[in-house]
Design a protein around this ligand. Structure first.
Ligand code: NAD
Length: 430
């Protein structure tokens, strides 16, 4: 425990409705109509169970202290304990964290894992803190919210600018408070203290499993199609590798500095090796490659576009120039609602974020199971189970979409909403 830390106990603040919720709500409203929810049921679903706020004060290396607002929003636990990451980001506020907690509830329901939804955040620029100060903040977060956390209550995980190392410190602080070993209280831990094999690549592995299921269902031969990947970080790099393994030609790969293109297909492993060394895909120039600005990847003439970087990448401004016929949303919210509607009308198949990037939380569930059972599963075992879970989820969503003549996004939301409302009704909450 850090010395001189002054933790603040979490206080309960009123439930509010927020601007960041708007996107999510549009999808929820459409789906609610689709499954015939009553206004009362919809209202009950949309209200977060609990919004917690605390101000975390930590000692600074140079002396003195600093205080940061922190949040934990527990959206819904009708299907199981609350589950969701904690981000350390200057933009984290009650609205953002609340909206993300709702999306987590939907995501867990889409892939059928027995968790509810939650999210946490601290409004801080972690780049301005030393590692010691970041760890102090992690411990202060757990001290503030500890009574609301636990393997059967609410299970955090890493999110923006939080890491397995931060999860380890959070677990340590939690176990110090409760006085016993409870590794299942947090996921995304390092392997040495109960993290799961396969968590590092789970998001991309899950996304590619869903894409493969879709290609198989539509009898699309992977060796005849191409892909463009936006983002070469944790998720995008692994997705690009897997696409190439499937014999799909990766004709464009972008990071924040620009897009590297090659019509006959990039050597993804070589590009990523160069990026690892130099910091950008743009340094991997070779015969036949072209360089373009970062946004060029969005409108590349590839059959599949994989946004794996930022939200709101396809908007009114660039929508008409999008050429892909399949979009695999690894990033959260890469399409604006207008773009989504326009692309659906054009027959573009969008594999929605709540399904496409749910591999991470699915392997978090596997980590929680392993911790509770005292087991360690091999990477192969985790990957096989993940593949099964993602393909099952895809099948359910695709069947619903086909039956009802709606998009995969509408189907995913409608199914999730059905499962959550059923659980709330079974508990007599509505
Ligand atoms: P990351 O920080 O590891 O990588 C982000 C990548 O995007 C970097 O390569 C960066 O250079 C690139 N990038 C930034 N701005 C860009 C731009 N304008 N054009 C092109 N590339 C740009 O992040 P990540 O973990 O790979 O996550 C990527 C996205 O996937 C995020 O939206 C995240 O919320 C979502 N996601 C990730 C996970 C996960 O487990 N990693 C899980 C669910 C959702």
């Amino acid at each position: 425990m850090g010395t001189g830390t002054v933790p603040t106990r979490a206080t309960r603040i009123s439930t509010t409705y927020m601007a960041a919720f708007q996107y999510f709500k549009q999808n929820i409203h459409k789906s609610a109509r689709l499954i015939g929810l009553t206004d009362a049921e919809l209202e009950a679903f949309q209200k977060p169970d609990r919004i917690l706020h605390a101000d975390l004060t930590i000692p600074l290396d140079e002396g003195g202290t600093a205080t940061f607002p922190a949040y934990r929003v527990q959206f819904n636990n009708a299907r199981g304990p609350y589950k969701g990451g904690i981000r350390f980001h200057p933009g984290a506020d009650e609205d953002e964290v609340s909206a993300l907690s709702a999306i987590m509830a939907v995501k867990c329901a889409v892939v059928g894992i027995p968790f509810g939804g939650a999210k946490g955040g601290v409004a801080v620029d972690p780049k301005k803190l030393s590692q010691k100060e970041i760890f102090e903040l992690a411990r202060a977060y757990v001290r503030a919210f500890s009574e609301w956390l636990g393997p059967d209550i609410d299970i955090p995980a890493p999110d923006m600018y939080t890491t397995p190392e931060i999860m380890a410190v959070m677990l340590d602080e939690y176990e110090r408070i409760v006085g016993k070993s409870l590794p299942a209280m947090i996921t995304g831990k390092p392997l040495s203290i109960g993290g799961s094999a396969g968590r590092d690549t789970a998001t991309a592995d899950g996304a590619i499993a869903v894409l493969s299921a879709l290609l198989l269902e539509r009898s699309i031969d992977a060796s005849h199609i191409s892909a463009a990947v936006q983002g070469a970080g944790n998720a995008g790099a692994q997705a690009a590798r897997l696409l190439q393994t499937m014999a799909i030609k990766v004709i464009a790969l972008a990071d924040s500095k620009g897009t590297l293109m090659k019509e006959t297909g990039l050597d993804v492993a070589a590009v990523l090796a160069t990026k690892e060394f130099s910091g950008s895909v743009l340094d991997a120039v070779s015969d036949g490659t072209r360089l373009a600005d970062a946004s060029a990847v969005i409108t590349t003439a590839a059959d599949i576009f994989v946004p794996a970087a930022l939200e709101e990448q396809i908007t009114k401004a660039n929508i008409a120039a999008v050429k892909a016929s399949i979009i695999l949303e690894i990033a959260n919210g890469p399409l604006t609602p207008e773009a989504d509607e326009y692309l659906a009308a054009r027959g573009v198949v969008v594999i929605p974020d709540v399904l496409a990037n749910a591999g991470g939380v699915t392997v978090s569930y596997f980590e929680w199971m392993q911790n509770r059972m005292g087991e360690r599963w091999s990477r192969t075992n985790v990957k096989t189970k993940l593949q099964g879970a993602m393909c099952d989820a895809y099948r359910e969503v695709a069947d619903f979409a086909a039956d009802r003549g709606v998009t995969l996004r509408q189907a995913a939301y409608a199914l999730a909403l059905t499962k959550i409302i059923e659980a709330m009704k079974a508990r007599g909450r509505i």
